[in-house]
Ligand binder design. Structure first.
Ligand code: MRU
Length: 358
């Protein structure tokens, strides 16, 4: 498998180490981030991205914010944590894993503080709060790695040898602790000689498919073909695609699924051509508090991502009006199944997701 890790902790140096995904595929550059503002910036500007990786980065980020602050008393640590949590929550609104991971860290801190307030020495106790936060962040990362493997196994059970598979955006090793979600069955199948042929949508405007999916699959020796987003219909119509595999940023209780902008169009095409459309993600991406897609906040990003960002010269007139939603919501009836580490949820999703969510 890959040598790289999208996100890791260097505890001794007090730094979050991220593979800067904005520099791929041209350069493999690791950033070492110790300041909370830099971790926020890395999430906001997609240096670390993909729902599970964002959650892991936030968990380690908030641990480091508290630990690196030099606070000496438990109450100070708790106050600083609250401030850092509110701040990190403003980085990106759509992926629920960010909020899920931070809430989990908060619960762990609260439990550790309760335990410490019953004990005597305050100098020992702040160290115990740091340890509790680190342990929780490590668990979030380790669980993610296990969940990705399990998702790979469940996903592979739906696929056949030699199939053509289409994916959108990047839901691979770069977007998680390792292995990926939508790409997990592809990696597992590759290890088992399934010989899949993968079509990667380039994924305008930020080109996660071209820059990231095409890179990580080809680095792993998987047969991958890059297509422009507007070519998905053609490869489907030609019979080159037997299943679509995509990740997710937030799955509502009724199965409506937010994922990278363009996913909805792919799902509509898959329905038209009778191709199964599978959503793959950890159960932490299911948000039962969201009744349906209409209640999912969709991040809107700057227009220069459409007009200028990745291009040597502007692609559009300087002052052109733009609309740049970063995600869309695929309506549940377009989804064949939602695959988590706990198994394969099928419609009606109201019932199956409630069983599969944590
Ligand atoms: O804006 P991004 O690159 O963070 O969007 C990522 C996606 O839409 C992924 O498909 C999703 O987060 C799942 S990653 C396993």
């Amino acid at each position: 498998m890959h040598e790289f890790r999208s996100v890791a902790l260097d505890d001794r140096a007090g730094a979050l180490v991220i593979l800067d995904q904005t520099r791929l595929p041209g350069e493999v550059v690791y950033l070492r981030l110790s300041r909370l503002e830099d971790i926020w910036e890395a999430i906001k500007n997609l240096r670390v991205r993909g729902a599970p990786a964002i959650g892991i980065a936030a968990a380690y980020g908030i641990y480091l914010a508290v630990r690196n602050s030099g606070v000496g008393a438990p109450e100070e640590a708790v106050a600083l944590f609250k401030h850092a949590k509110q701040y990190l929550e403003t980085s990106r609104p759509t992926a629920v894993n960010l909020f899920w991971a931070l809430n989990r860290m908060e619960e762990r801190l609260a439990a550790a503080s309760r335990a410490e307030s019953r004990s005597a020495s305050s100098s020992a106790s702040v160290g115990n709060l740091f340890s509790a936060l680190k342990e929780e962040a490590d668990s979030i990362r380790d669980e993610d790695a296990r969940m990705c493997r399990a998702i790979g196994g469940h996903g592979l059970s739906l696929l056949q040898r030699g199939w053509g598979l289409l994916t959108h955006c990047n839901a691979g090793a770069l977007a998680t602790s390792e292995f990926g979600t939508a790409l997990a069955p592809i990696y597992l199948g590759d290890q088992r000689g399934y010989h899949f042929r993968v079509f990667a949508d380039e994924t305008r405007p930020l080109l996660q498919g071209a820059r990231l999916t095409a890179w990580e699959l080809s680095e792993a020796g998987v047969d991958v073909t890059l297509i422009c987003d507007n070519m998905a219909a053609t490869v489907m119509k030609k019979g080159l695609v037997q299943a679509v595999l995509v990740g997710c940023d937030r799955v509502a209780a009724n199965g409506d699924t937010a994922n990278k902008i363009g996913t909805l169009g792919v799902a509509i095409l898959a329905k038209r051509y009778g191709i199964p459309f599978y959503v793959l993600g950890p159960s932490s991406t299911i948000d039962l508090a969201c009744p349906n897609g209409a209640s999912i906040a969709i991040e809107e990003r700057p227009g220069d991502e459409i007009t200028t960002k990745w291009y040597a010269s502007p692609l559009a007139p300087e002052h052109i009006k733009t609309f740049n939603p970063a995600f869309d919501v695929t309506d549940a009836p377009l989804i064949t199944a939602i695959i988590t580490e706990n198994g394969i949820a099928r419609p009606p999703f109201e019932r199956s997701l409630a069983e599969f969510a944590r």
